[in-house]
Every structure is written in C-alpha cells, then in structure tokens.
Design a protein around this ligand. Structure first.
Ligand SMILES: Cc1cc2nc3c(=O)[nH]c(=O)nc-3n(C[C@H](O)[C@H](O)[C@H](O)COP(=O)(O)OP(=O)(O)OC[C@H]3O[C@@H](n4cnc5c(N)ncnc54)[C@H](O)[C@@H]3O)c2cc1C
Length: 477
C-alpha cells in the first residue's frame, strides 16, 4: 500500500515528490511517458516570472512569489541552470502604457520589485529594443531557468530518497474503497491511501475518475522559434509585449540559460493536451511580432521550432484543493503559466493539503537534499579539463560538436538516478544534440552509447516517446 501516488511527473508532480521526500512516506510517481518532464514542462518560455501578472486575489499570485524564492534556493542547491534577468513589458502606444501602469499597480500589490520606464530609460536598460517603443514595465525579480533540468533535479532527489518512479505507465481509472484508492494503470492496479493529481493537460480526466467533474480543460497551445547562440547575446532581458485580451502574456523575445534566443508563444486552442504541432501561419506571425520588439533578430539563425500546451481550465486560475468528490485526492490542476515558477510552492501546498486531509507527515531523518553533480566540461577551465581527462579519457572525446559535449558527460547522463531511455532524454540531461545541427552528427553516437551502457539493442531505443524508433531492424542479415 502506498501512502501517496502522484499522477504525472512534470514540474508539478516532481515538486510534490520532492516535498514529500522529506517525510516518512511510501510515495510512488506514475508517468505515462518514458521520461520525466516530457510534456508541458519541457516546452514553455522557461521564465521564473516576477509575479506582477496574476491578480492579487488569485491562487497564482502568492504561489508565484513563494515559488520563485524557493526555486532559486533549489537551483543553487541542486546545480540547476538558473540566471537572474530583468524583464520588460514594452509599450508602443498609450493603450499599451495603460496596461503597463495596471501591471505596475498589480506588481506593487503582489510585492514585486517593479518600475515604469520611459523611452530613454527603456533604451538604456535594453538597447536592442525597437526605438519606436515608448516605455515599459521593468522588474528585476525575474530569472531564466532550464525547466526540464529543474523538474528532473527535484524528481531525482525524490527517487534517491525512496520514491518509486513508474515510467511508461498510464493511469486509466481510480476506484474508491472504504479506506484507500485503487489506481488502475495499463500495467496493473496499485493501492494507495492518497492520490495527487498532477497530470497537467489531463488533470480534468483524472479528477473525473473519482467523480469530480468541476474542471473542463481548455488547453491552449503556444508555439516558438529557437535561434542559434549567435542571436542569444543580442538581448539582456526577457522582453514581453502587453498581455492579450484573454490575459495571456504577450509574445516574448528572451535568451535561454544556454545562450540561445526564443521567440513566442502564441495562445490558441489546442486540439487536445498532446497537440504540439507547429504551423506556418502562427510561426509567420511570431516572426513579425518578434521583429517589432527586437528589429535585429536574424531569422536565418533559426535552429528549431516547438510548441507546448498550457494546462488551462475554464477556471483561469490554479485549482489546488482536496477534491470535493474524494478527500483522498489532491488536485494540482489548471497549472498554466506561472506554473513553472510556482511549482516548489505548489509542492508545499500539496503536503499541507494531504496533512489537512488526515495524512500524518513525520520528518524522515535520512532525507538528503542532494543529487550527484553534473559535469559541464565546456564551462571548466583548461586546468580542470586536463585533470578530468587524465582521470577519465572519455571526457576528452567530443561527441556533440555544436555544444561540445563529451562521451564522459553522455555516459554520466545515462548513469543518472533516473535513467534516460531515449536519445532525447539524454539530450535533455546533457545537451548532446541541442546545438546548431540538432543532433545530425552526434545522434548515432549517442544511440550507440545508450545501447552500450544499458545493454539494450539499438532497435529498442527510441528517439523520444515510446514507439518513436529510429532503427527498426537490419536491412542485411
Ligand atoms: C507556451 C507555454 C509557455 C509557458 N511559459 C511559462 C513560463 O515562462 N514560466 C512559468 O512559470 N510557466 C510557464 N508555463 C507554464 C508551465 O510550463 C506549466 O505550468 C508547467 O510546466 C506545468 O507542469 P505540470 O507538471 O503541471 O504539467 P506537465 O509538465 O504537462 O506534466 C503532467 C504530466 O502528467 C502526465 N500524465 C497525464 N496524464 C497521465 C495519466 N493518465 N497517467 C500517467 N501520467 C499522466 C503527462 O505525461 C505529463 O508528463 C508555460 C506553458 C506553456 C505551454
């Protein structure tokens, strides 16, 4: 019997598992994909939002503020890429300036460090901005982050402290018993005292399994361009446009923690929670909007496009509660932006709700808030590199030339506490394949290394999701 089963291992489920790892509990995490952080958590703007967007009376506002404070500590402690960065909401006309002033007032109420900049102050703060901009909201409470590493790091700590992670396992139903719940998966049934619903764009379906039909998913897609590092250095801020009439943050131009540039997202209804198509009409629109903000962007340097789906519901706020239909189910639903920023605070809230629902939380003496360090050879000094290569020559063999990732780092990634079982999972752990050629040169070598390290035939290693095989068999006997 589990004490708690967490459904979904995006950043919300990972944060809940990370919080619960502190307590003497038998915790399981069920994830339908073959890796953690594989859905919305891997496809977003990667910004730790300052907190001026949410309405002060919303659930989002306090969780966003607490979340970014905790996230900074977690990233320091667990060595997750995190970079403080000023954010701007730029205005091109008086109507935009009214929005900026409204955000400023909201920011003050939410306790955010904000200022309204005039044209000259804006150009000084961010010289790359279109000089037609007349002013902006400024905040220095924001940051950029590696979102999948953030979630993976928290999940790794949970696993190292005893949580059981069940990948490639889909929850299909939940049965209510007198003193427990039976979670029915495609791999069998599991008995648990409590369930945390952290299923992202599928949270409403999970809630319905216990008879809680309050939520309707309204999932909204957002598409992006990723540009080469040649473009990333052009800006030193996260640059937003004013929010649209539905409250979605305007299209942004922002550097990533790895030095690339992203432009996006739109906000349009997704067909379903897994609809990560990119479409030429939206991408064309994004190009134009990006140039309005930063005229020097060179779209010849696009290396990839992607889309993520916001797990929105009709409630337009986070739904974080004990289900009214079943007091053994905690919902962490409606986790649209700023869900990434809020996640660690949402994890704390999940523990509080479990306790309110009757679960005894006793501190676990053996809890260790740490994970194995990650070696980034490219960021080491020449002496450090020499010393490491002398110890292990695999760190001297470059496999991914674009991102300078070595065989030693790829092997480290494969041996981490949560084993990556696809080429993209290795990419997310160590960046092999994330550069300009997008894995054109290194993917076959990464493929071989996964096969060698895990003892799995190459035919059984997918590119990404289960079933996305690259090699289906030999052409010659
Ligand atoms: C375009 C876009 C931009 C964004 N930008 C930002 C930003 O800059 N800053 C910010 O703070 N937030 C941002 N967000 C929001 C943020 O990405 C989300 O709040 C966060 O990633 C949600 O995480 P999650 O764990 O709740 O959902 P997910 O990451 O989607 O995880 C849910 C998991 O549940 C699993 N699951 C679903 N159903 C089942 C089932 N039946 N059985 C087993 N497993 C199941 C899924 O496979 C998935 O892995 C953005 C979102 C989008 C889409």
């Amino acid at each position: 019997m589990y004490d708690v089963l967490i459904i979904g291992c995006g950043v919300t489920g990972a944060a809940a598992a990370y919080t619960l790892a502190r307590y003497d509990l038998k915790v399981g995490i069920i994830e339908r994909f073959n890796d953690v952080a594989c859905a919305t958590t891997k496809a977003n703007s990667a910004i730790m939002h300052a907190g001026y967007d949410p309405k002060p009376e919303s659930r989002m506002a306090p969780l966003n503020r607490r979340g970014i404070a905790l996230a900074k500590e977690i990233c320091d402690k667990l060595h997750v890429e995190y970079k403080p960065m000023q954010s701007l909401v730029i205005a091109f006309n008086e109507h935009d300036m009214e929005e900026v002033r409204a955000l400023y007032e909201r920011g003050l109420k939410n306790g955010v460090s904000v200022k309204v900049l005039d044209h000259d102050e804006l150009m000084k703060a961010e010289p790359a901005i279109n000089p037609a901009a007349i002013g902006a909201l400024w905040s220095d409470d924001s940051a950029i982050i590696n979102p999948w590493e953030f979630a993976t790091a928290m999940a790794e700590v949970a696993v190292l402290n005893g949580a059981e992670l069940m990948l490639s396992t889909k929850v299909e139903n939940i049965k209510k018993n007198a003193d427990s719940l039976t979670v029915v998966t495609d791999k069998g049934e599991l008995e648990t005292r409590y369930v945390i619903n952290a299923a992202g764009c599928h949270s409403a379906d999970i809630a319905k399994m216990v008879g809680d039909d309050r939520l309707t998913q309204t999932n909204m897609s957002g598409q992006y361009f990723v540009l080469d590092k040649a473009e990333g250095a052009k800006v030193n801020s996260v640059i937003f446009r004013c929010p649209d009439e539905n409250g979605f943050k305007g299209i942004l131009v922002a550097p990533t923690v790895h030095g690339n540039l992203i432009v996006g997202p739109d906000a349009n209804p997704a067909r379903d929670g897994d609809d990560v198509r990119t479409t030429s009409d939206i991408l064309t629109m994004l190009k134009a909007r990006g140039l309005e903000s930063v005229p020097s962007i060179n779209y010849r340097n696009i290396i990839r496009q992607y889309a993520g789906v916001r797990p929105t519901t009709q409630i337009k706020d986070f739904t974080i509660d004990i289900s009214p239909a079943c007091d053994r189910m905690i919902n962490l639903a409606g986790m649209c932006s700023p869900g990434l920023s809020s996640a660690p605070a949402v994890g704390e809230e999940a523990a509080r709700l479990l306790s309110a629902s009757g679960l005894k939380l006793r501190a676990k003496e053996s809890f260790k808030d740490e994970r194995p360090p990650v070696v980034h050879l490219a960021s080491m000094s020449a002496d450090e590199k020499r010393a490491l290569i002398a110890k292990n020559p695999a760190y001297g063999k470059i496999i991914c030339r674009c991102e300078t990732v070595t065989e030693g780092e790829i092997v480290d990634a494969i041996r981490r506490p949560i084993t990556p079982r696809s080429i993209d999972a290795v990419k997310r752990r160590c960046r092999a394949g994330m550069g300009r050629c997008q894995g054109g040169f290194c993917s076959p070598r990464v493929h071989e290394l996964i096969s060698r390290e895990l003892g799995i035939p190459m035919e059984e290693i997918p590119l990404d999701k289960d079933g996305s095989f690259i090699i289906t068999g030999k052409t010659k006997a």
